[in-house]
Write a protein that binds this ligand. Structure first.
Ligand SMILES: Nc1nc2c(ncn2[C@@H]2O[C@H](COP(=O)(O)OP(=O)(O)OP(=O)(O)O)[C@@H](O)[C@H]2O)c(=O)[nH]1
Ligand SMILES: [Mg+2]
Length: 206
């Protein structure tokens, strides 16, 4: 286990299990950090980026790839990253959408070990209703979350610079007075890797 303050370059991640209900989770009592967001936003890609391996979590250009709760154990520091299904994929049937939403929300409400959720937002969009509604739901249930902007490699430098300020302002029209913590990321350029690792480490010790 790591003892010093140095943060190693990647997380040492190992896939553990795919489940649909938190009661079937590893149940080892280690803290969990979940990744959630609209389908295709880049959740699985980000976990692969953090782990420094392309094939840890399954990714796809077709939305709706991840349908289960997937636990990845960090072998050095002893916590889990949890890859969740996406919400709001328009092409799913009403029943399938409701099923995925139930899996996601049950995990967030019932998991005893969830320390923080990273809510992924595609950096190319203004605040979308589905994202805002999800964050409002998290806020209502007093579940802490950090926003991660994804795919920032697709933005100009100027747009990247303005993004956090304008988004934080936009989200206030959905959740009055709420000031989100935001980290910009890209699985392609690896932007945000150190900052996410630093935040996880801080949250591990609180
Ligand atoms: N350019 C760019 N493409 C990305 C980035 N992250 C993900 N992608 C692409 O976006 C698509 C979706 O990525 P996934 O990681 O599967 O997204 P997901 O959020 O896990 O999707 P679901 O499991 O379907 O909910 C894939 O084609 C990825 O290659 C990024 O940072 N930059
Ligand atoms: Mg996925």
């Amino acid at each position: 286990m790591e003892t010093g303050s140095k943060i190693s370059a990647v997380m040492n991640l190992k896939f553990i299990s795919s489940i649909v209900h938190p009661k079937d989770g590893p149940g080892t009592g280690l803290p969990e950090f979940a990744f959630i967001g609209r389908s295709n936003v880049g959740k699985s890609s980000l976990i692969n980026m953090l782990g420094g391996r392309k094939s840890l979590a399954k990714i796809s250009s077709n939305p709706g790839k991840t349908r289960t709760i997937n636990h990845f154990l960090e072998l050095d520091r002893l916590f889990y990253l949890v890859d969740l299904p996406g919400y709001g994929y328009a092409k799913l049937s009403k029943d399938e959408k409701a099923k995925l939403e139930h899996i996601i929300k049950t995990y967030i409400l019932k998991s005893q070990f969830l320390r923080c959720t990273f809510v992924l937002i595609d950096s190319r969009h203004d605040p979308l209703k589905q994202d805002a509604e999800f964050m409002r739901w998290m806020n209502k249930h007093e579940k802490p979350f950090v926003i991660l902007f994804t795919k920032t490699d697709k933005l100009s430098k100027v747009a990247q610079k303005n993004l956090q300020r304008t988004y934080a302002g936009g989200i206030q029209s959905f959740i009055p007075g709420f000031v989100p913590e935001i980290i910009s990321t890209s699985s392609t350029t690896r932007l945000g890797k150190e900052e996410i690792m630093k935040r996880v480490k801080e949250m591990m010790s609180t």
